[in-house]
Write a protein that binds this ligand. Structure first.
Ligand code: ZN
Length: 344
């Protein structure tokens, strides 16, 4: 089959690789209906050291089950499914706690251990725990939004939950990538009255406003903090969704939280330490978050997608076939595309 293989920073190729097959009796195989390129794929795209074997990329997909191993009970051949970016058994202590990303038998797609989904097909470990079967037809119009439940919509929602977004209160979203935009949707869905987006790309800002952002702050650093204070009576916001992962973004996030507020961080951190320790301490700002257990949120978010109450699929502004994936990486890296969908 054909798949997307990354060999080093900037070196993404479409190649013929061996077809995935059932290895463990708990595996399933899915034919990928839609996959996509993630903002977090841009970190290796910018930094990855050369590897001779490469890495099959992609951790977001929806697809149709083609085969299941002998011990798979719940997932059936022909099921239309969402593949969350982490696989999990669904039965361990952390899965029961709704933290499937910490599953004691789990792991992540698109790593050197488990091949990714920017491909024609993908092997799913622990299929019964991992896959979320959809009882809807594989409707073209719904596919983009269903696809976001494998990562970005669930991740934006996680940021909003950790940031304790509350009806009638204020929220700010740091970052105008796909996760930040989904964070706006999540904040609105959870009832935030004022939603400030911090970003500077005209197309993304326009979408953020459509999704429910009430204010836009395009300044950076101290000027951004100043501007958010002006918009919030001098106090800062109750909830901050940090959707970038860089030091400056985290500093800004903590600085715009009002005393007693909370920051939900879901941007993959690019440093070992959390910036903003001193203001967080003196203002009693709760800083939490991490890799989002999106598997736990699909059931909550799906009805709103199916009923059209939220349209997170609008973050996709480009669709490519597999041959177009390398250009898709380039476009996202150059900020020419918000998020690229792959139709293998
Ligand atoms: Zn588990």
């Amino acid at each position: 089959m054909r798949a997307t293989v990354m060999y080093s920073a900037g070196d993404v190729r479409i190649e013929n690789v061996p077809d995935p097959k059932i290895i463990e009796p708990t595996d399933a195989l899915i034919r990928v209906t839609r996959a996509c390129v993630c903002g977090s794929d841009l970190w290796p795209y910018q930094k990855m050291e050369r590897s001779d074997t490469g890495r099959v990329m992609g951790h977001e997909a929806i697809g149709v089950v083609e085969d299941v191993g002998a011990d798979v009970r719940r997932i059936k051949r022909g099921d239309f499914v969402i593949m969350p970016f982490a696989f999990s058994d669904g039965t361990c202590v952390f899965c029961h706690d709704g933290l499937q990303t910490s599953c004691i038998h789990g792991g992540f797609f698109g790593t050197t251990e488990v091949a990714g989904a920017q491909a024609e097909a993908v092997r799913i470990p622990l299929a019964d725990g991992t896959l979320f079967p959809l009882r809807v037809r594989a409707d073209d119009a719904l596919m983009p939004s269903l696809l976001t439940l494998s990562d970005v919509m669930g991740t934006g929602h996680h940021a909003a939950i950790i940031a304790r977004v509350t009806p009638g209160k204020s929220a700010a979203v740091v970052g105008d990538g796909a996760v930040g935009l989904c964070g706006v949707i999540a904040a609105k869905r959870l009832g935030a009255e004022q939603i400030i987006i911090l970003g500077r790309h005209a197309d993304r800002i326009a979408l953020a406003r459509d999704f429910g952002a009430t204010d836009v702050v395009s300044e950076r650093g101290d000027a951004a903090v100043e501007r958010v204070r002006e918009l919030t009576g001098g106090y800062g916001v109750h909830s901050v969704l940090e959707c970038v992962g860089l030091e400056q973004a985290m500093n800004t996030a903590i600085s715009i939280a009002r005393p007693g507020g909370a920051v939900g961080r879901v941007g993959v951190p690019q440093e070992q330490t959390i910036p903003g320790s001193e203001p967080a301490f003196y203002n009693n700002v709760m800083v939490g978050g991490g890799v989002a257990p999106v598997r736990a949120y699909i059931g909550d978010l799906l009805p709103d997608v199916l009923e059209g109450n939220i349209e997170p699929g609008r973050v996709f502004d480009r669709t490519v076939a597999l041959d177009g994936v390398p250009d898709g990486y380039q476009a996202m890296n150059d900020r020419e595309a918000i998020k690229v969908m792959v139709a293998p």
